[in-house]
Write a new protein. Structure first.
Length: 266
């Protein structure tokens, strides 16, 4: 399982353009040639998985639609399994696309019935307004559960660290409501469980490649999976080595291509 931002590419702050990182095309191409299964899991929720995969293919990364997973992919399956049928989405239309495809009624702020829902789901929402936060709070006070695509404060871009909108918006909602939040993206085990199911293996057999000790590495460690770290994102080699044992990867890759030599240990 590969992280995307900071591992395979660097996007701009609007997620509109990509710079593919060294070795990314070659590694994914080699995995395809070997018939070795892999998926990409991003915490980004702006685009539906198929749209995101298409954008990556346009950038030269050989990624099939089914190999692209977003937090909304995880949320759609989880909510369907737990009887959640009506959801207020705080985010752009792409955030709720996977939910709607799964037969879940998706409602956006300002639409009728926005406060009478089973759940509030927060994703990519750079244009969030106080009206959105207030509507979400009222829905939660009326009994809705709170879900978030991501609980990560920062992610790597070409311009440096960018803030995670979900993280900031959920913080505001929770400050008002004190509601617990269920995270659908990394580092939740809901996300890794979905990955393992897509790959057809147990979680402990997944190799997790990423750039963030609090995201990919924590997720892998929690599940007993193999954690492989890169230095192309928000964490450098020296920073990896200084981390406490519970957040250290099993191996720090000198370059992304070194992941091919780790296949036996996954």
């Amino acid at each position: 399982m590969f992280d995307v931002d900071g591992t395979l590419l660097l996007s701009d702050r609007t997620l509109g353009g990509y710079e593919v990182l060294p070795g990314a095309r070659e590694v994914l191409t080699a995995l395809h040639a070997r018939g070795f299964p892999f998926v990409l899991l991003t915490n980004g929720s702006k685009y539906p998985p198929a749209d995101q995969a298409a954008k990556l293919r346009k950038s030269g990364l050989p990624v099939a639609d089914m190999q692209m997973i977003t937090p909304s992919s995880v949320a759609a399956e989880y909510m369907s399994q737990h009887g959640i049928r009506r959801v207020l989405v705080l985010g752009c239309r792409g955030v709720g696309h996977a939910l709607a495809e799964a037969g879940i009624e998706t409602i956006y702020t300002g639409e009728p019935g926005a406060k009478e829902v089973d759940a509030v789901y927060v994703g990519w929402h750079p244009d969030c307004r106080m009206q959105d936060i207030e509507t979400a709070a009222q829905a939660i006070w009326a009994g809705a559960r709170l879900f978030s695509a991501s609980d990560v404060p920062f992610f790597a871009t070409r311009q440096g660290r960018a803030i995670g909108y979900s993280f900031a918006i959920v913080a505001a909602i929770r400050r008002l409501t004190r509601a617990p939040v269920t995270v659908m993206g990394k580092p939740s085990l809901h996300a890794l469980r979905f990955v393992a199911k897509r790959l057809g293996i147990a979680m402990r057999h997944v190799g997790v490649v990423g750039d963030d000790p609090l995201v990919e590495i924590v997720m892998a460690r929690r599940a007993g999976a193999t954690a492989l770290a890169v230095t192309t994102g928000i964490t450098g080699k020296d920073e990896w080595l200084r981390l406490p044992q519970g957040r250290k990867p099993h191996r720090v890759l000198a370059e992304l291509g070194d992941v091919l030599g780790c296949l036996r240990c996954v």
